[in-house]
Design a protein around this ligand. Structure first.
Ligand SMILES: C[S@@+](CC[C@H](N)C(=O)[O-])C[C@H]1O[C@@H](n2cnc3c(N)ncnc32)[C@H](O)[C@@H]1O
Length: 322
């Protein structure tokens, strides 16, 4: 395990924030089990708690299950994309939960692996699938999408200013040589981005983020996952989300705001049931790790934590939006 160390972000704060919902026991869904760092703490801290841990990555699920062996009767692993919260509850014989935790993105296991293709700084095949049974790899996207589609992915998911230049460069290159490795792509991106585009870190960083989001449909999964989480959580239960970039955080912020302050149609004498708040914001804005945590764990630098409590029935038509 030492090889794949992953320091859980905001561990104490998250433990405190879920305590009111889970200290008395019941079930919590860890929607992004990873290496099980958050789950291990919660199982240790709350002796009556049962956790269902979801991950779409079978390797992470196997490692976390081994790590959590001492808690076996109180832990259920579940391999899925995290919008399948009903399936995860059924696996644990439950129909609602006291909380759902999302710690989004990739784990150190995936980033540091020599075979997964998530890191532009490592020479590996251009894969980026969180679940190796999925069909489409980053190499498929890079070699098969049109210039316009590539530019859209880089601009929308990487917020990359030079998306068209990069897309054109890729399409020109792949006419002669297929792009199959991380370093091949990182070098191409670096060559396509002019000097002023290098001031915000390595130019490949945003392109790699964009490809990862596209390959794993990360934002679609987050919208569906949040909707499923809010629906599955019993009143008094809490939804905890750690996001690592502004695209994720915006979806979380809007979903929580829509539940805490639903739009009330003007001129109605009574508030209709569908316009009553069903969430309460527990955190004020997004909380960030302090300087000491960031110094010890650089991955925490971009983390933004938001927590909401379910306070009433969720309107049947409600869905988390972009
Ligand atoms: C940042 S890591 C979680 C780390 C974990 N909290 C810990 O302390 O070890 C995120 C994990 O969530 C998984 N994941 C990301 N998006 C997912 C999704 N849509 N459905 C299921 N699992 C997902 C990834 O495979 C990865 O293992």
């Amino acid at each position: 395990m030492a090889e794949f160390r992953h320091d859980p972000v905001l561990l104490d704060r998250i433990t405190d924030l879920v305590a009111p919902a889970v200290a008395g026991g019941g079930l919590l869904v860890d929607a992004t089990l990873g290496l099980g760092g958050h789950t291990e703490r919660l199982l240790r801290e709350f002796p009556a708690l049962h956790v269902v841990g979801i991950d779409r990555d079978p390797e992470a699920l196997a490692l976390a299950t081994a790590r959590l062996a001492d808690f076996a009767p109180r832990f259920t692993p579940y391999r899925a994309v995290f919008d399948d919260i009903p399936g995860a509850l059924a696996a644990a014989g439950a129909d609602s939960t006291r909380g759902v935790l999302f710690d989004l993105g990739v784990s150190s296991l995936q980033l540091d692996s020599d075979a997964r293709g998530f890191a532009y700084s490592r020479e590996t095949s251009l894969d980026m699938r969180m679940d190796s049974a999925d069909q489409v790899t980053a190499a498929d996207v890079v070699n098969e999408y049109s210039t316009e589609e590539l530019a859209r992915v880089f601009s929308q998911y990487g917020e990359e200013r030079f998306s068209h230049r990069i897309a054109r460069r890729i399409v020109r290159e792949r006419d002669t040589t297929p792009i199959v490795t991380t370093t091949q792509l990182a070098d191409l991106v670096a060559a396509a981005v002019p000097e002023q585009g290098r001031r915000r870190g390595h130019p490949a960083k945003r392109v790699f983020q964009a490809l990862r989001i596209e390959v794993n449909d990360e934002l679609g999964a987050l919208r569906r996952g949040l909707t499923a989480a809010v629906r599955a959580t019993a009143p008094g239960g809490r939804i905890v989300v750690l996001a690592y970039h502004s695209l994720e955080d915006r979806i979380v912020k809007r979903a929580f705001a829509a539940g805490a302050h639903p739009p009330v149609p003007p001129g109605l004498p009574v508030v209709p049931p569908d316009a009553r708040p069903f969430l309460r914001l527990v955190t004020r804005g997004a909380e960030r790790p302090d300087a000491a945590e960031v110094a010890a764990n650089p991955r925490a630098a971009s983390a933004r934590l938001r927590v909401a409590e379910v306070i009433g029935p969720v309107p049947p038509a409600w869905q988390a939006a972009s």
